[in-house]
Ligand binder design. Structure first.
Ligand code: PEP
Ligand code: MN
Length: 288
């Protein structure tokens, strides 16, 4: 398959050779460097206690980045909309306490400089993937961006949005597969593992997976996480809450703290296997 032809609108984000990769750096973390990494935390920042408890625990379990929404895109205007600036301040406090880098969503172009003051990585949510004014403003902050695939976006659409960010002078882009809308209703979204494999093959940017929003159900998160790892993802974005049943958003898909510990333990042998395979692939390269 000629990716160059299929993704002709996005030339700068396509690989020019098999090992042409952009590594995204945030805090002490390198994403896409070959080491599988994990971002974890609550859907929404709720309270200082909730956030710090989660941050300390996910850090101990091996996550490198803390997630948490301060500006929340909610389907209903009557649902919790996020703590806004107070949420950003709590995230910065959690970073200071744990050393984790912070990723949080920016919803409005005008908010981009403020969110960039507090966060190490700016998340562009699924609903905003084609908000080009937001992509431009977020790109101009100079922060790495986590670009989530729109729920009705093709891989080509996702790459076109990445190209848009690139065209505004920011190449520090992490792509995220988070499930798409299909006729299936057993899961919240349909997890497109093939998209991960396509992106890993075609694109220079790191690719992570968000099994939480794809599944919509916490018991499906571990199998989808393993699937993402096997498909070649560079990392995961996982929703975790100290008391998922009391969460202010997305409790049904959030892992408890012990669930998250168990997921990380479950993934350990798979991560090791992946690392061995990529070493093997590197060793073979000069011969080929
Ligand atoms: C989120 O990460 O909390 C979120 C709202 O995700 P998405 O944009 O993928 O729905
Ligand atoms: Mn969520």
């Amino acid at each position: 398959m000629s990716w160059q032809a299929l993704f002709a609108d996005s030339p700068d984000v396509l690989k020019r050779s098999p090992d042409d990769r952009i590594v995204v750096r945030a805090g002490n973390v390198a994403i896409g460097s070959g080491e599988f990494m994990v971002m974890a935390g609550p859907c929404s920042v709720e309270t200082e206690r909730q956030l710090l408890e989660t941050a300390e625990r996910v850090a101990r379990a091996g996550a490198q980045v803390l997630r948490g929404g301060a500006f929340k895109p909610r389907t209903s205007p009557y649902s919790f909309q996020g703590l806004g600036l107070e949420g950003l301040r709590l995230l910065a406090r959690a970073r200071a306490a744990t050393g984790l880098a912070v990723v949080t969503e920016v919803m409005a172009a005008a908010d981009a400089p403020m969110v960039a003051e507090y966060a190490d990585i700016l998340q562009i949510g699924s609903r905003s993937m084609e908000n080009y004014a937001l992509l431009e403003a977020a790109a101009h902050t100079g922060r790495p961006l986590l670009l989530k695939r729109g729920m009705v976006a093709t891989v080509a659409d996702l790459l076109a949005s990445a190209q848009c960010i690139f065209s505004h002078g920011n190449s520090q882009i992490i792509l995220c597969e988070r499930g798409i809308r299909t006729f299936e209703t057993a899961t919240r979204n349909t997890f497109d593992a093939a998209a991960i494999a396509v992106l890993e093959s075609a694109c220079r940017l790191p690719v992570i997976a968000d099994p939480s929003h794809a599944a919509g159900l916490r018991e499906l998160v571990p199998p989808l996480a393993r699937t993402a790892l096997a498909a070649g993802a560079d990392g995961l974005l996982i929703e975790v809450h100290p008391h998922p049943d009391q969460a202010w958003s997305d409790g049904g898909q959030s892992l408890s703290l012990p669930d998250f510990d168990a997921l990380m333990a479950d993934l350990a042998p798979w991560r090791k296997l992946r690392a061995q395979q990529s070493q093997h692939a590197c060793a073979l390269e000069p011969v080929a």
